[in-house]
Write a protein of this length. Structure first.
Length: 394
C-alpha cells in the first residue's frame, strides 16, 4: 500500500470536515449577502466559522478574513499593509528563508519603490532577533517572518521578534503560520503578531481556503475590489462551505494537537535515526526548535529529486522541498540561505508526517528509505568513478 510522507505539501480532507461542508454545498447553498432565508442560513454558517477560528486564535470574529488560501492571505497581508503604510515609510524587513508566497510578493512590492531588507539566517535557518532589531528604522512599516519553515521545519523566535518590534511605533508585524498551524499553539496575543496567515489544506481542511487574522486597529488596503464582504477587506461572494471546512478542520486539529505532536515526534525520530545512519546523510534545520513531524536532510553525492522518484516507485511519497517549486531546476533558496553549497543542496529530501501516519507505515519507511538513499549514493559514486562504464577509474 502506498505510504504518504508529504503532509507538508498537503493533507487529506477529513471525513468530518467534508460532512460539515456538505450542507452548504447542497440545501444551504444561499449567498451569505442575501437577505432572504437562504442567505441568512449561509450567513449563520459563515459567522459561526469566523467565531470558531477566532476562539482558537484567542482573537475576535471580526478579526478573521477568509481567503482563497495561504498564498492569498499572505498577499493580502503584505500588499495591504505596505500600501496602507506607504505614506509613513517604505522599508519592509523579512528573512531569507520565507515561502515564495511571501518572497515573491515582496519582490513585486519592490517594483513600486518599497525597500526590502532580507535578513540572513544561521546554519539552522533561524533569524537573529538582534539583527532584525538593528534593521528597523523610522522608515520601517512592516516586518514579516514565518513561524515554521515549510522545507526544513525550523521554528523562528517569533515572540521575541514581536517584543522587539513593539518598542517601535507604527510597524506592522506579519507571521506566515501556514505550515505551523496544525502543530503549534497559535495564540495571537502570545505571538504578538498583527497579521497571521493560515491555509486549510495543511490541517486536513479543503484546498483553496485560507484565513488572515487582522488585529483590530491594523489598517490594510483591500486587494480585491467589488462588494463589501469580509468587512470591506476581501470582496467577492464568500465560500461558505470552505470557511466552515477550515473552521471544522482547525477545531479538530487544535483539540487533538497534544496527542498528535507527541506521536509524530516519536515517529519522526524513529525514521530519522535509521536514515541518518546512512553515510553522507545529515539533517537540516534546527535540531530542537522544529515541527514535530518534518524530517529534512541532505544526502551528499546524490540528487534529491532522483531519490524522491525512486521512493515513489517503492510506494513512498515524499518531496525535495516546497511543492510550489517542484520541477524547478534551481536549488532550494532556503538551503542556500543556510549556507549549503549547490552540490549539497541538490541532495535535499523532505519526509513529512501527519495525523494519519501510522506506526506500521513508519516501520516500512524505516526499511525502504535508508536502503534507497544508500543505493542512490553508491550508484552516483560509482558513475563518478567510472563515467564510461569501462571498469577504469576516472
Amino acid at each position: 500500500m502506498p505510504i504518504y510522507l508529504d503532509h507538508a505539501a498537503t493533507t487529506p480532507l477529513r471525513r468530518e470536515v467534508l460532512d460539515a461542508m456538505l450542507p452548504y454545498l447542497t440545501e444551504s447553498f444561499g449567498n451569505a449577502s442575501s437577505a432572504h432565508a437562504y442567505g441568512r442560513a449561509a450567513r449563520a454558517g459563515l459567522d459561526d466559522a469566523h467565531e470558531r477560528v477566532a476562539r482558537r486564535l484567542n482573537a475576535q470574529g471580526r478579526e478573521i478574513v477568509f481567503t482563497s488560501g495561504g498564498t492569498e492571505a499572505n498577499n493580502l497581508a503584505l500588499k495591504g499593509a505596505a500600501w496602507a503604510g506607504k505614506a509613513h515609510g517604505h522599508r519592509i524587513v523579512t528573512s531569507s528563508v520565507e515561502h515564495h508566497a511571501v518572497g515573491h510578493t515582496l519582490r513585486y512590492l519592490e517594483k513600486f519603490g518599497f525597500e526590502i531588507v532580507e535578513l540572513p539566517v544561521d546554519r539552522y535557518g533561524r533569524v537573529d532577533p538582534e539583527q532584525l532589531e538593528a534593521a528597523l528604522s523610522d522608515k520601517t512599516i512592516l516586518v514579516t517572518v514565518m513561524l515554521a519553515n515549510n522545507e526544513v521545519g525550523t521554528l523562528q523566535p517569533v515572540a521575541e521578534i514581536a517584543a522587539r518590534i513593539r518598542t517601535r511605533k507604527g510597524i506592522v508585524f506579519h507571521v506566515d503560520a501556514v505550515q505551523a498551524a496544525p502543530y503549534v499553539d497559535l495564540d495571537v496575543e502570545a505571538l504578538g503578531a498583527d497579521l497571521v496567515s493560515l491555509g486549510a489544506h495543511k490541517f486536513e481542511g479543503p484546498k483553496g481556503v485560507g484565513a488572515l487574522y487582522v488585529r483590530h486597529g491594523t489598517h490594510i488596503l483591500a486587494q480585491q475590489q467589488g462588494g463589501t464582504q469580509e468587512r470591506h477587506r476581501r470582496a467577492g461572494t464568500e465560500d461558505v462551505a470552505g470557511a466552515v471546512g477550515l473552521a471544522t478542520a482547525y477545531d479538530l486539529s487544535c483539540a487533538e494537537r497534544p496527542e498528535t505532536v507527541t506521536r509524530l515526534r516519536a515517529q519522526r525520530d524513529r525514521l530519522a535515526a535509521v536514515v541518518l545512519a546512512v553515510p553522507g546523510v545529515e539533517p537540516t534545520g534546527h535540531p530542537k526548535e522544529r515541527l514535530p513531524g518534518l524530517f529534512s536532510m541532505v544526502a551528499r553525492d546524490t540528487d534529491g529529486a532522483s531519490v524522491a522518484m525512486s521512493l515513489d516507485l517503492e510506494g513512498i511519497a515524499c518531496s525535495v522541498g516546497s511543492a510550489c517549486t517542484t520541477g524547478s531546476t534551481e536549488v532550494s533558496h532556503v538551503l542556500t540561505a543556510m549556507g549549503y553549497p549547490e552540490e549539497e543542496a541538490r541532495g535535499a529530501l523532505r519526509l513529512s508526517l501527519g495525523r494519519t501516519t501510522t506506526d506500521d507505515e513508519i516501520a516500512v519507511a524505516c526499511d525502504v528509505v535508508p536502503r534507497v538513499v544508500a543505493s542512490m549514493r553508491l550508484g552516483t559514486v560509482a558513475v563518478a568513478a567510472d563515467p564510461l562504464g569501462q571498469g577504469v577509474p576516472a
